[in-house]
Design a protein around this ligand. Structure first.
Ligand SMILES: *Cc1c(COP(=O)(O)O)cnc(C)c1O
Length: 389
């Protein structure tokens, strides 16, 4: 085929720089354990924080929605794809977050690339945290506005930039929980700066939806600043165990996005089975606080065990535990040894994380039991020790 040899050169280049990545084959239902390349392993690698992906009620409601609504929404939302089930899910999400309205997007990636470009234009500015998710970075690239990257969680840097910008409309955008470190944005300070400098805040709650707040509505709700965040994005594919994402805010915001967010307008609406699963997951996430408590208990138990074993697990701010190991070779070695003993936790290397901070990214979920967490600790501590021997 034309170009094949050129592509082979590109691939060889990636391999040479230790950057070539390959997919692993996972089978069965996503849960505390999965089948990996044909072996049953303990999974500390998913974002299925509440264990809802395999929940019987979620699966049942998804199947019922599939039977009632068919396999596809058939078209984009502005043509004929916006079904009653989408409308009901949006109402439930808005109610959950205490907003006037919400809009369901095809995925978190869709939401982030669509929203930023829809809200700013020439003469405006976006202020984006240096460690924001790739989808926000791509959203900034698509927006016709000046983009200013402020240092990670550095509110002094953000304030300096806001004070001197000539931009008409100012949009501050940040993850609420950062995906590779599990640390939380300084939300109260950011919201206060936004008010002082007449800016809007867009908050990506991908790793906080269902996880933070008494009813799981996210970090902004938990910190009591929900009403001061103009644009709140959350995902349905992580703690909510389904697929898709949403943006919540004022009625005017949502109406504008319906008209202007290109990733919403020009993409087929989510299929009924996905909406059915998400609807059931939202109801469970809102009301079953025991599930959230088990998630946090598991995170605390895992963190305490790793620290007691002499490992560097950072501070516990969320259920994302970065086990910092330094050089990529060490992280890969520990991951390989852990997997040989049946514990699946991926090694994260530069360029995804800064040099010298290669790590295992560990994510316990609500449906792990204590014995599984204890086994993970034992295996990881031993793997690190043997790797260094
Ligand atoms: C996963 C993630 C997204 C993308 O969401 P998808 O629904 O998986 O496309 C966006 N932002 C953050 C911070 C994420 O972690």
């Amino acid at each position: 085929m034309a170009g094949t040899s050129e592509l082979a050169v590109d691939l060889a280049d990636l391999a040479e720089r230790d950057l070539l990545r390959q997919r692993r084959l996972v089978d069965g239902v996503q849960g505390p354990e999965v089948w990996l390349d044909g072996r049953r392993v303990l999974c500390l690698a998913s974002n299925n924080y509440l264990g809802l992906a395999g929940d019987p009620e979620v699966v049942r409601e998804s199947a019922a929605a599939l039977a009632a609504g068919g396999a596809s929404a058939g078209a984009s939302p502005l043509i004929s794809g916006h079904m009653t089930s989408h409308e009901e899910l949006e109402r439930e999400l808005a109610d959950w977050l205490g907003c006037e309205a919400a809009l369901v997007f095809g995925s978190g990636y869709h939401a982030n690339i669509g929203v930023l470009a829809a809200l700013v234009r020439d003469g405006d500015a976006i202020f984006s945290d240096a460690l924001n998710h790739a989808s926000l970075i791509d959203g900034c690239r698509l927006a016709h506005a000046r983009v200013e990257i402020f240092a990670h969680k550095d509110v002094a840097d953000l304030a300096r930039r806001l004070a001197t910008t000539p931009a008409r409309r100012r949009l501050i955008v940040t993850d609420s929980i950062f995906s590779m470190d599990g640390d939380a944005a300084p939300l109260e300070e950011i919201v206060a700066l936004a008010e002082r400098y007449d800016a809007w805040v867009m908050l990506d709650e991908a790793h906080a939806t269902g996880v933070f707040g008494a009813d799981g509505a996210g970090l902004a709700s938990d910190r009591g600043v929900g009403s001061r965040v103009a644009i709140r994005m959350g995902t349905l594919g992580k703690a909510l165990g389904s697929y898709g994402a949403f943006v919540a805010g004022s009625r005017a915001l949502i109406e504008l996005l319906v008209n202007r967010a290109r990733s919403y307008v020009f993409s087929t609406a989510l299929p009924p089975a996905v909406i059915g699963a998400a609807g059931a997951a939202v109801r469970i996430a809102r009301t079953d606080s025991g599930r959230r408590e088990r998630l946090w208990q598991n995170a605390r138990r895992l963190h305490a065990g790793l620290v007691a074993g002499g490992l560097e697990a950072g501070e516990l701010e969320s259920p994302i535990l970065p086990l910092i190991l330094g050089e990529p070779r060490r992280a890969l070695g520990v991951a390989r040894r852990a997997l040989a003993e049946g514990v699946f936790a991926p090694a994260i290397r530069p360029l995804t994380v800064p040099r010298g901070t290669a790590r295992l990214r560990l994510t316990p979920i609500a449906t792990h039991d204590e014995a599984q967490i204890d086994r993970a600790v034992e295996v990881l501590v031993r793997a690190a020790r043997e790797e260094d021997a």
